[in-house]
Design a protein around this ligand. Structure first.
Ligand SMILES: Nc1ncnc2c1ncn2[C@@H]1O[C@H](COP(=O)(O)OP(=O)(O)OP(=O)(O)O)[C@@H](O)[C@H]1O
Ligand SMILES: O=C(O)C[C@@H](O)[C@H](O)C(=O)CO
Length: 321
């Protein structure tokens, strides 16, 4: 059978990160920031492309200097940008300012009013483009508002119709949502249709609208539906992958010199999906995800810091039990 053009199409926001250049202080005292492409789905696309996957992107970007910076960087990273739609209504790029008070205390201040990415419409989802990929990765944040919400639902339904693997990265950002009950409705709707779901324990709690949920209850629920593989991350305590066939795999977090904590989830998803797509198996994919995250939390950015296969392999080897 002919191989499809793209291993992965990622759908959602491509934005700007402005990361504090000065460390160990609050944003009030921070005077300089470095600019990177950001936004979880863009970071996943960039990380996967750097590892060698053929990647396409679906999203909406502003028709201004920030939009052009984003598109150029994505192109330079080897990503197909033909389905990155230019916004014609004056919407802006999302901005994420970060502060790095200490390796344990980092935060992000988001500017996400009237952002172009949430104005992607269902009409802008192209079935022919989706047909050219093996896998569609959608981010939970793209479900936060209409019309982006409906665009995601359409993309997921076309992906299923055309036998793409649907990956749902929960990527829960509370400030983009009106209330937790609404989040739970849309998260469950998409998680039930996905083939692979990836999120932190807290994000699954948001999907289920509960506190202190358990992995056992989550998988019992989701395996009644489409998912074949569920990944649940527990920060420095590592991560678990569960298969519908009953497999349970545990991955450890790797030791690293932490500079900041953000970017961990995106680099994890990029490397996990790369490894899975390359036929390395679930156990190795957990190692790839964790090693990739350990490398990115030791560096300044989320996107530009995405590691190569050689860097990931080296870290895994150095810390093999
Ligand atoms: N301090 C750390 N040191 C080493 N590895 C880490 C650290 N923090 C996270 N990781 C790795 O990254 C993975 C994902 O981290 P986490 O569960 O915090 O994801 P996340 O909340 O989605 O990340 P993000 O902060 O990017 O949203 C973990 O399972 C672990 O392997
Ligand atoms: O996802 C975002 O909108 C911001 C990211 O680009 C940022 O680097 C981060 O939070 C990564 O997890």
């Amino acid at each position: 059978m002919k191989k499809k053009n793209f291993d992965m199409i990622s759908l959602g926001r491509a934005c700007i990160d402005l990361n504090a250049v000065e460390y160990n202080r609050g944003m009030e005292e921070t005077m300089t920031f470095s600019k990177y492409v950001g936004g979880s789905p863009a970071n996943i696309a960039i990380g996967s492309a750097k590892l060698g996957l053929n990647v396409g992107f679906i999203g909406k970007i502003p028709d201004d200097q920030h939009g052009r910076f984003i598109e150029n960087y994505m192109k330079k990273s080897g990503i197909d940008t033909s389905n990155m739609i230019l916004d014609t209504e004056g919407h802006k790029a999302g901005l994420a300012f970060t502060e790095i008070k200490s390796p344990e205390e980092c935060s992000i201040l988001m500017y996400r009013e009237q952002v172009a990415d949430l104005y992607l419409t269902p009409n802008e989802i192209n079935e022919e483009y989706l047909k050219s990929a093996e896998m569609l990765v959608v981010s939970g944040t793209a479900l936060a508002q209409s019309p982006s919400r409906e665009a995601v639902l359409k993309a997921v339904s076309l992906a299923k119709k055309n036998q793409l693997k649907v990956v749902f990265e929960l990527d829960y950002r509370p400030y983009t949502w009106k209330n937790p009950a609404e989040t739970a409705v849309y998260y469950s709707l998409v998680a039930e249709q996905a083939d692979i779901v990836i999120g932190t324990r807290d994000e699954y709690d948001s999907m289920e609208n509960i506190v202190n949920g358990t992995n056992e209850a989550t998988i019992a629920y989701l395996f009644q539906h489409s998912p074949e593989l569920i990944v649940i991350k527990h920060g420095v305590e590592g991560s678990y992958a569960y298969t519908k066939a009953g497999g349970i795999y545990q991955g450890k977090a790797y030791k690293t010199q932490v500079l900041k904590t953000f970017g961990a989830g995106d680099s994890y998803a990029a490397a996990f999906l790369f490894a899975l797509n390359s036929g390395k198996g679930i156990e190795k994919a957990l190692k790839y995800g964790s090693a990739s995250a350990a490398i990115v939390v030791s560096k300044h950015s989320s996107s530009e810091a995405m590691p190569t296969v050689a860097e990931i392999e080296q870290l895994i080897q150095e810390q093999e039990d």
